[in-house]
Design a binder for this molecule. Structure first.
Ligand SMILES: [Zn+2]
Length: 456
């Protein structure tokens, strides 16, 4: 592997969360009966005119801003011509020479561009025929194109993970890969370090993280075998077959000129004014990268911080708990307890209060877990539970000393054993002391006082 450098660029298609299609008023909802959300525009009838959906543009601007792109004041739609049964117009309206957003980056991966386009329909293959469903034709998409800055399958996974998070934080796309809301094409090539870029193969339509990783791993090995054997990698489009874990050739790769792009004559140049962009920028939430940075500054290890930004709901919840004053404890409770519940029904302010009670010594961490369970079930406040069930920790040395005294009196045999050097019985005696105080003695204090009495 060290002989070869892997070069990967990803093209991600994200379905925008609009209620209607990009150039007509048809609904976008997924799963409707075939061909029920169609009209002359998205069916591609001659003479039907597209009208641009403002919300789709706004979501594309959100995506651009969330990834640090420059939003172009002027962009143009173009026709991408090709024939396929799911494309009755014979062309897809996309953006080519002047995309809506350029530049930007996700982690260390630079973005080349983000542009708007319409989705095509869907073919459904039955035993002896293929059926066409055009509900998806005209659904708004953005395509996010990275520079070839990715160097491994693992890095590709990390890039797509972060991109998906950003799109979901921004309410731009629902991120559902199974339903095809987020689809990824991977351009993969290898070269010897320092050499010019090798010929790339494009693997189409990877709709899960696992397929993305497996397809890239397979493709790297396939290309290594070819080059080692003195052959040449051909530029082509390949499909990943999840059943075999292999990629196979689909067609030779098209060049841009094969599509005969030309400006869409039925749509105006898209002009976006600064004020609109600024409005959109103000409406964006804090994105995952900035949150990870903030959490690390609060003293939370990077890997934990990364886990806490997995969804915006989780990150928001954590921040609300952390605002109680103990972010490290908040991180532990959220990751270990709240996530196991599978819901966020405990009010963050209540969890913060529970943590504050531990910090103040009112309850120990073991009792706190019990209280937490009860909070999850009853929705009661932690102080109310502790009060009602008498769970407050005993931290009064005089009370503990009395109890310890009783333990020493009641267990002369074990005390003698301890004093004779059999120190293992200390655990038994502590257990007795905890029993005397119904488990509420502050543990360190109980140990300390019992030791004092035994060591005289
Ligand atoms: Zn329509």
């Amino acid at each position: 592997m060290t002989d070869w450098e892997v070069v990967i660029g990803l093209e991600v298609h994200a379905r925008l969360l609009t209620r209607s299609k990009i150039f007509c008023a048809c609904a976008t909802d997924f799963g409707a009966p075939p061909n029920t959300h169609v009209c002359p525009v998205c069916l591609g009838y001659p003479g039907a005119l597209p009208a641009l959906n403002r919300r789709a543009v706004e979501l594309a601007i959100r995506a651009g801003l969330a990834t640090g792109c420059t939003i172009q004041e002027r962009s143009i739609f173009a026709r991408k011509n090709y024939f396929y049964p799911d494309l009755p117009k014979g062309y897809q309206i996309s953006q080519f020479e002047e995309p809506l957003a350029t530049g930007g980056r996700i982690g260390s991966v630079r973005l080349r561009r983000i542009h708007l386009e319409e989705d095509a329909g869907k073919l459904i293959h039955v035993s002896d025929a293929s059926l066409v469903d055009l509900n998806r034709a005209g659904v708004p998409l953005i395509e996010i194109v990275s520079e070839p800055d990715i160097r491994s399958a693992v890095d590709a996974d990390a890039y797509l993970t972060r991109l998906r998070q950003i799109l979901m934080y921004g309410e731009i796309c629902d991120g559902n890969m199974e339903e095809g809301s987020l689809r990824c094409d991977a351009n993969v090539s290898i070269r010897r370090p320092g050499e010019p870029l090798g010929t790339r193969a494009e693997i189409k339509n990877l709709n899960s993280f696992r397929f993305l990783r497996n397809a890239i791993e397979f493709e790297i090995q396939r290309q290594i075998v070819i080059l080692k054997g003195g052959g040449r990698v051909s530029q082509e489009t390949r499909l990943f077959d999840p059943a075999s874990g292999e990629t196979r050739a689909m067609r030779s790769k098209e060049e841009a000129h094969d599509y005969r792009y030309f400006p869409e004559p039925d749509l105006f140049t898209l002009s976006i004014d600064r004020a609109w962009v600024e409005d959109v920028a103000r409406s964006l939430p804090v994105m995952p990268d900035a949150r990870v940075e903030k959490y690390v500054a609060m003293g939370i290890p990077a890997a934990e911080a990364e886990a806490l930004v997995a969804t915006r709901e989780l990150a928001d919840y954590f921040e609300a708990v952390a605002s109680g004053g103990n972010p490290k404890a908040a991180a532990n409770w959220v990751r270990n307890e709240v996530l196991h519940l599978g819901h966020f029904r405990i009010e963050p302010v209540m969890l913060a209060r529970l943590i504050a009670m531990i910090d103040a010594g009112t309850i120990g961490s073991k009792v706190a877990k019990e209280v937490f369970q009860e909070m999850a079930e009853s929705g009661e406040a932690p102080d109310a539970i502790v009060e009602r069930r008498g769970l407050a920790q005993v931290a009064d040395p005089a009370v503990i000393r009395d109890a310890a005294q009783r333990v020493v009196e009641q267990h002369p045999t074990q005390v003698a054993q301890y004093r004779g050097g059999k120190t293992q019985v200390f655990g038994f005696l502590v257990g007795q002391l905890m029993k005397q105080t119904r488990g509420k003695a502050k543990a360190e204090l109980a140990n300390e006082i019992l030791k004092e009495l035994l060591d005289v």
